[in-house]
Design a protein around this ligand. Structure first.
Ligand SMILES: Nc1ncnc2c1ncn2[C@@H]1O[C@H](COP(=O)(O)OP(=O)(O)OP(=O)(O)O)[C@@H](O)[C@H]1O
Ligand SMILES: O=C(O)[C@@H](O)C(=O)CO
Length: 420
């Protein structure tokens, strides 16, 4: 078996599905594994492999050790090119994990320099003069400033990264990107000679990402959102480094369950549409500040829903800033809500639900961990960056893990009502 041409490490589960979907779109058969691989983890025959972790807001030491464990495992499988996937809105805090995990993997892979490329133009994330935009607004003016775990109140990517790494951060501005791969390669070389290890790269569209991918083709470690990964995937495809297609498991029948813990602006619109179309139950820690009661109420509601034979359903804690209190359940309110939704998922699986849609990266991580899902085959996308994931072990399940800000307003309704 030839080693996969690319090994990705994603810092959350929806980010993992996003980058896996991008590589699949480039024509690469892509395996997606959840959690650090262990002795029993098997690498399927594939062109690219993505290992999704739940380290975006994890303690720093844990995030580093998990990234290093995945790097070691991938290197042991013969992978020589690595991609570290973080959020296109650079979700992290000053004490965040992007810098430390990138530094650790670079050191392990003996990489002297890498690019920092959060741009994802198809989702409206662009970088100009080192500043990250969400649509027409700076990141710090976007709804991401209200994120419950990683409020983004700065848009200069170098300033976001600086407190997370001891190394200086450089920039390749758009004017150089537009001159093409040779100019970008020359600039990266000049920055490397100045001792710079992290280089933010401007990118406004897919052409810019193609330039960056060509210019950085010889670097062992690249980092960014799914946009640059797509450009690298296209290069691998064009080089003929593809063709190891695995079988796609069948899509399970039956009613579906939407679980939403994301409070992102897109999710809130999608949840409103889903709540109008499906029987729904809201988990509200402000009105019921007791995790045991919230859990009990949700499980009992689902039992009654199934007994009444009402089909697909929605259970959510998603709420706009005005209806949220990040300390409603004390320290760790977010994690407590993730655990409740994960318990609902476990209960739903026991009740026979085989299609589960989860909105939110942290929430998806919690759900997949309790379901014990360790690997999936990436199948068709419902919307850009939101593919169905089919389990390869029993019980056969279809999972749709939706990044907070992805998808059209009716995505949840479409996903749950129509199997592909
Ligand atoms: N009503 C609420 N009040 C406070 N926190 C909440 C509420 N509902 C959900 N949360 C927490 O907000 C966090 C949302 O993070 P999550 O990663 O799941 O979504 P997201 O950030 O929108 O998605 P992504 O990371 O894919 O962009 C979770 O920890 C969740 O438990
Ligand atoms: O890059 C993105 O925006 C997403 O894949 C993501 O990381 C959501 O958590």
């Amino acid at each position: 078996m030839t080693a996969p041409a690319l090994g990705c490490i994603a810092d959350d589960y929806t980010g993992g599905t996003d980058v896996a979907a991008a590589l699949r779109r480039s024509g690469l058969s892509t395996a997606l594994l959840f959690g650090p691989p262990d002795d029993e983890s098997v690498l399927p025959d594939c062109d690219a492999v993505v290992v999704a972790l739940k380290t975006r807001t994890a303690p720093r030491a844990q995030a580093i050790s998990q990234h290093l464990a995945v790097h070691r495992w991938l290197a042991g499988q013969g992978v020589t090119r690595f991609y570290i996937k973080y959020c296109s809105t650079f979700d992290s805090t000053a004490r965040g994990n992007i810098g430390p995990t990138v530094d650790a993997v670079m050191e392990a892979a003996d990489a002297a320099i890498t690019v920092i490329c959060p741009a994802a133009p198809e989702h409206g994330r662009t970088v100009y003069q080192g500043h990250l935009f969400v649509g027409t607004r700076l990141l710090s003016d976007s709804p991401m400033r209200h994120h419950p775990l990683t409020p983004m109140t700065e848009s200069d990517v170098a300033r976001l990264l600086a407190p997370q790494t001891p190394h200086p951060v450089g920039l390749v501005p758009h004017a150089v990107i537009r001159q093409g791969p040779a100019a970008v390669r020359g600039e990266l070389g000049a920055l490397r000679r100045q001792g710079i290890r992290h280089v933010v790269v401007d990118a406004l569209d897919d052409d810019d990402l193609d330039m960056i991918a060509l210019a950085a083709d010889d670097l062992p470690v690249l980092t960014g959102a799914a946009g640059l990964a797509r450009a690298i995937g296209d290069l691998i495809s064009a080089d003929g480094g593809v063709g190891r297609t695995g079988e796609t498991p069948p899509f399970p029948e039956g009613p579906g369950l939407v679980l939403s813990g994301s409070c992102s602006a897109a999710t809130l619109r999608q949840v409103a549409r889903a709540a109008a179309a499906l029987p729904s139950h809201r988990i509200d820690p402000v009105t019921t500040p007791d995790p045991h009661m919230l859990r009990k109420n949700a499980l009992e509601w689902l039992d009654a829903h199934v007994r009444a034979g009402k089909g697909s359903a929605l259970v959510y804690s998603s709420a706009p800033p005005g209806e949220r209190d990040g300390r409603a359940l004390g320290d760790g309110t977010g994690e407590a809500l993730e655990r409740i939704l994960a318990d609902v998922a476990r209960h739903a699986a026991a009740l026979g639900f085989r299609r589960i849609v989860v909105a939110g990266g942290e929430t998806s991580g919690a759900v997949l961990n309790v379901l014990g899902v360790r690997s999936v085959v990436v199948a068709a996308e419902v919307d850009r960056g939101v593919p169905w994931c089919l389990t390869t072990t029993e019980p056969a399940m279809a999972l749709l893990l939706k990044s907070g800000n992805f998808g059209a307003d009716d995505l949840l309704v479409r996903a749950i009502k129509a199997a592909p």
